[in-house]
Write a protein that binds this ligand. Sequence first.
Ligand code: HEM
Length: 286
Amino acid sequence: MLQNHLILVQKLRVSVMSTKTTKFFSTLVLDTIATREREGIVRPDMLQMLMQAKKGTLHDDTSNSPGSKKINIEDDDIVAQAFLFFLAGFDTASTLLCFASHQLAVHAHMQVRLQEEIDETLQKNDGKFTYEAVNSMKYLDMVVSETLRLYPPGAALDRVCIKPYTLKSDPPMEMHPGQALFIPVIGLHRDSKYYPDPERFDPERFSEDNKHGINPLTYLPFGLGPRSCIGNRFALMETKLALVFLLSRFNLVLVAKTPVPIKIVQKGFNMSIEGGFWLGLEKRNP
Ligand code: HEM
C-alpha cells in the first residue's frame, strides 16, 4: 500500500516543501560541494562523508571487509540528507529552547530555582561549565524533560510495518506488511492516564522521586528503537548549555507581546505558537 502511495506522490509530483525552499537548500548544498571540490577544501563533517560516499572513497568502519564501499547516491540524496540533518537537528532544538524559555518566563519561581542551581554549579566549578557540570544539574534536566513532554518537537513518529503483527489493543488490530503507522507522541504525553493534570507544566514529574513512576513507553520525545534520534545527547547538551549561559546572566521576563496563554500552531514541519515567541531579557545583578 505504501509503495502505491509513493508512486502516486511521484506521478503527481507532490512536494513536501515549496519550490523556493527546495531550491534554496539544493543550491546551498551543491554550491558548497562545488566550492570544496574546486578549492580542495576538506572538513571533518557529514557533507565530506557524503561526498566521499558518492566517490566510493568512504571507509566503512562497521564492515569487516577492508577498503571502501561505493554507495549509489546522487546529488539529490546528498541534498536530502543535509536537509534532514538541518531540519532534524536545528529546528527541533530551537523549538525546545523557545518553549522552555517561555515556560520559565511564565513560571518565575521555577526560573529562580533554576538560576540558583546554575549559580551554585558555576561556583563549584570555578566559573566554568563542563560537560559533567551541566549533566549534574538535576533541576535543569527536570525543566527540559517536562518541556519535551508538553511540547515534543517530534509530535508524531512514523513506521512501516514489515511483518504481520497483531497490536494488543482493544479490540486487537491486525497490521500487514507495507502499512504505515503513526504513533501520536503528543497524544501519549498529554494523556491523563499517564500524566495527571497533563496540560500543567510541572517539572516535578521528572524529579528523582517521581520519574521512576513514568512508563518509558509513554515518553518518546526522541523516539524509540534503532531509528530513534541520533542527536539525542547532543541536543540535550546544546539546549541545556544555551539555557545555562542565558540564565546565568539574564532573567527571562514577560513583555507586552508575550502570548499568555499560548495557542499551539503547526507551521509546516515545526510546532510553534500563535503570535510567535516574544520575551524580554533583564540583566541580572552580578
Ligand atoms: C530537542 C532536539 C531534538 C528532538 C526533540 C529530536 C527528535 C527526534 C525524533 C522524535 C526523531 C524520530 C525518532 C523515531 O522515529 O523513533 C528524530 C530522528 C532523528 N534526529 Fe533528532 N531530535 C532532536 C535533535 C537532533 C539533532 C541535534 C540532530 C543532529 C545533530 C538530530 C538528528 C536526527 C536524525 C538524523 C534523525 C533520523 C534518525 C533515523 O532515521 O535513523 N536530531 N529526532
